[in-house]
Design a protein around this ligand. Structure first.
Ligand code: ARG
Length: 280
C-alpha cells in the first residue's frame, strides 16, 4: 500500500518534473530567439507614437468637433508630415498656458498650436521650418470707432494670455495696465467682447477672421494695422531634439513639394492666403 503510494507519488513527481523540464526547455528556446534576432540587422522596434500637444480652442487651426475629435489645419498638416516622415502621432488637447513646459518636461513630443516662431521662444524650444504666415488682427463691435491699433490705447482690450497678441497689446498699453484683460483661450476673449466686457480683442488674423465669419450674431468687424509685424507658425520640439526635428522638417518639405500642403491649405482657407483675406 505504502509502496504503491510512494511509487505513484514518485511517478507524479517524475511527470511534473518532466513537464517542468519541457517547459524550461521551451522557455530557453524562447529566450534564445530574441538574442539571435538582436544580432540580425533588420529588427523592427515596436512603433512609437509621438504625442502632439495642441490647444484645441483655436479654429480653424485646432478645435474639437461635435464628436470631441481634434480637427483643424494644424492637425492635417502634422498628420501629413507624420505620414511622410513614417512616424505615428497622437494629438492631445493641452492648455495653452503651460504648454511649452510639457514639451520641455517630455510629456509631449511635439506641439502644434498656431505657435509663432519668436527669438525669445527659440531660447527654450526648437521650431520646425515655418509652415504658415500670420499677423495680428483687431476684432471690435461693428459700431466701434477703432480704426487703428493706436486707438486701443485708452480702451479695454482682451487677449489670450502669453500669446503674441498679448505681447503687442502689453507693449502698447503697458504691462501692469488693468485695461488689458487676459483670458485662457481666445474664444473666451471674444465672448467678452460680445458681452461688452472689453472694447477690442487682438489675436491671430486667421482665428479672428474665422470667428467673425462664423458668428454673425456677435456683430463684430475686423481692423487691420500696418504696424503689426509678420509672424510665422512653427512646429515645436524639445530643445536639442535634432532627430525628431529633422524628421518633421523633411516631412514638411515633402508635403510642400508634392502639393499636399496646398490641398490642406485650400480645404481650410480657400485658394487665397489668409494674409490677403485679412487686409480686405
Ligand atoms: N500665434 C500666437 C502665439 O504664438 C497665438 C497662438 C495661440 N494658439 C492656440 N492654439 N491657442 O502666441
Amino acid at each position: 500500500m505504502s509502496t504503491s503510494l510512494t511509487t505513484r507519488r514518485f511517478l507524479k513527481t517524475g511527470a511534473a518534473l518532466a513537464v517542468a523540464l519541457v517547459l524550461a526547455a521551451c522557455g530557453k528556446k524562447e529566450e534564445a530567439a530574441p538574442a539571435a534576432a538582436a544580432s540580425a540587422p533588420a529588427e523592427t522596434p515596436p512603433a512609437r507614437v509621438y504625442v502632439v500637444g495642441t490647444d484645441a480652442a483655436y479654429a480653424p487651426f485646432e478645435s474639437q468637433n461635435e464628436k470631441g475629435e481634434i480637427v483643424g489645419f494644424d492637425i492635417d498638416v502634422v498628420s501629413a508630415v507624420a505620414q511622410k516622415a513614417g512616424i505615428q502621432v497622437k494629438f492631445v488637447n493641452t492648455p495653452w498656458e503651460g504648454m511649452f513646459n510639457t514639451v520641455a518636461q517630455g510629456d509631449r513630443d511635439l506641439l502644434v498650436s498656431a505657435i509663432t516662431i519668436t527669438d525669445e521662444r527659440k531660447q527654450t524650444m526648437d521650431f520646425s521650418a515655418p509652415y504658415f504666415d500670420a499677423q495680428q488682427l483687431i476684432a471690435v463691435k461693428e459700431d466701434s470707432k477703432v480704426a487703428k491699433f493706436e486707438d486701443l490705447k485708452k480702451l479695454k482690450v482682451g487677449v489670450q494670455t502669453g500669446t503674441t497678441g498679448d505681447e503687442v497689446v502689453t507693449k502698447l498699453i503697458g504691462k501692469d495696465s488693468t485695461a488689458i484683460k487676459r483670458f485662457e483661450s481666445t474664444p473666451l476673449a471674444l465672448k467678452e467682447l460680445e458681452s461688452g466686457g472689453v472694447d477690442a480683442v487682438v489675436a491671430d488674423n486667421g482665428v479672428v477672421i474665422h470667428y467673425v465669419a462664423n458668428n454673425a450674431g456677435s456683430k463684430f468687424k475686423t481692423v487691420s494695422d500696418t504696424t503689426f509685424t509678420p509672424e510665422q507658425y512653427g512646429i515645436v520640439v524639445k530643445k536639442g531634439n535634432a532627430e525628431l526635428l529633422e524628421k518633421i522638417n523633411k516631412g514638411l518639405a515633402d508635403i510642400k513639394a508634392d502639393g499636399t500642403y496646398d490641398k490642406i491649405y485650400a480645404s481650410w482657407f480657400g485658394a487665397a492666403p489668409a494674409a490677403a483675406a485679412a487686409s480686405k
